[in-house]
Design a protein around this ligand. Structure first.
Ligand SMILES: Cc1ncc(COP(=O)(O)O)c(C=O)c1O
Length: 405
């Protein structure tokens, strides 16, 4: 039976595929260390659980308005005032099944066929495919000097009469770096001047380290919430470790919200009532879990950076936030897929090849797992690639000898 060209052209999500490989290896009893994950392992806030349980116990869990419940929008309004100092109303909000759906619906609402969206490399794996699903063309910008921070000139030069939007994610998946305030200011001003949408993916904005704060895009905007070209994306997945709850949101001008609402309403009706209730509980509840998560991630970041620096020749850019680090392994192997495969085969360590994020020679290494896994995982990586590492290692029950270097 027929499968559409679009579906055939989409690659499988590399991260989800590697999760599955890790799961299968573990099921066979293999001592896998997963350094490829994209979700914190801390517990969901109690306020979220209580709020969801209370609705569940009522036995009345129904459809909600397609753009989200009144309570959820109130919680987002409060969150936006507190963290962005921006006063918005319910007409500026669309609640979705995760930030991912909010971005996808936004792209479907703004793009006509073949219109272009600028994406800054290294980028989150899903952006180019979400643009393609919305019939658009992703245009990837690489910084000339191989740094993780794109230059404004490169972005300006990429704009054509077909460009509709720019996507910015800071702090960034996969690098963990936060773009500078100056850069966010420039991009906000540039998009306003050129009449481009700016999709600001702030999903990691609460998870920043060393006293650094995320740059608030609204601070640099001259436009009111009613005519803004910024589409601000956020959600509960990362800051509250609520990835499985699938609640995220978009904040933008009411005309676009209306358009997005129609698309969402015709495809998924609404985000789940139960999970919105949980998200309201998390947003309105005690916030100490966010700070505990942030501190524990900062500590794990330090452990990962220390361990990685023991591998000769690996270049590390210290993450400002998130739970990802994106070291450069090109001194050992330029082909990141080959390297990730080798680490999995020889040492049972899962990492994500930089190629998936548009950046060869790098691997994305997550530090959202346990410190034990981080230390042992990096020790195994070093054993596989670094000739100065001891020749023998114990993995699981087996003592292995390196004979390939
Ligand atoms: C940059 C970025 N944006 C959005 C998302 C999706 O978040 P959600 O779980 O809310 O769909 C992720 C998840 O990995 C992400 O890394």
């Amino acid at each position: 039976m027929k499968i559409s060209q679009l579906a055939k052209s989409l690659p499988e999500s590399a991260t989800l595929r590697l999760n599955e490989v890790a799961r299968q290896l573990r099921a066979r009893g293999e001592p896998v260390i997963h350094l490829g994950g994209g979700e914190p392992k801390s517990k969901v806030p109690m306020d979220a659980i209580l709020a969801a349980s209370s609705l569940l116990n009522s036995g009345e869990i129904r459809y909600t308005p397609s753009s989200g419940t009144v309570e959820m929008k109130k919680a987002i309004i409060r969150y936006t005032e507190e963290h962005y100092h921006r006063v918005i109303g319910p007409e500026h909000i669309l609640v979705s099944n995760g930030a991912k759906q909010a971005i996808s619906v936004a792209l479907q609402a703004i793009l006509d066929p073949q219109e272009e969206v600028i994406i800054l490399a290294p980028y989150w794996v899903s952006y180019p495919e979400m643009v393609r699903i919305a019939n658009g063309q992703p245009v990837i910008i690489y910084s000339e000097d191989g740094r993780f921070h794109p230059r404004m000139e490169d972005i300006e030069q990429a704009v054509t009469s077909n460009t509709r939007a720019v996507i910015v994610n800071s702090p960034n998946n996969p690098t963990g770096i936060a773009y500078s305030r100056e850069f966010i200011e420039q991009i906000v001003r540039f998009c306003e001047k050129e009449g481009l949408y700016l999709i600001m993916d702030d999903i990691y904005n609460q998870l920043m380290f060393d006293g650094k704060k995320f740059a608030n895009c609204f601070e640099f905007s001259t436009k009111s919430p009613d005519d803004t070209n910024i589409i601000l994306i956020n959600g509960v997945s990362k800051m509250y470790a609520m990835t499985g709850f699938r609640i995220g949101w978009a904040i933008t001008n009411p005309r676009l919200i209306e358009a997005m609402d129609k698309i969402q309403g015709q495809t998924t009706s609404c985000p789940s009532a139960l999970l919105q209730a949980a998200a309201v509980g998390a947003l309105n509840g005690v916030q100490d879990t966010v700070e505990s998560l942030r501190i524990s991630l900062q500590n794990k970041r330090d452990v990962l950076v220390t361990e990685l620096s023991k591998i000769d020749g690996v270049k590390i850019t210290k993450p400002d936030g998130t739970f990802y680090c994106f070291p450069d392994f090109s001194a050992y192997e330029k082909d990141s897929v080959k390297l990730a495969q080798m680490l999995l085969e020889k040492a049972r360590v899962v990492t994500i090849p930089g190629k998936e994020f548009g950046f060869e020679g790098h691997l994305r290494i997550s530090f959202c797992g346990s410190i034990k896994d981080i230390v042992e995982g990096v020790e195994r990586i070093r054993w596989v690639i670094d000739p100065s590492a001891p020749n023998e290692i114990v993995i699981g029950e087996r003592k292995l000898v390196r004979d390939w270097l």
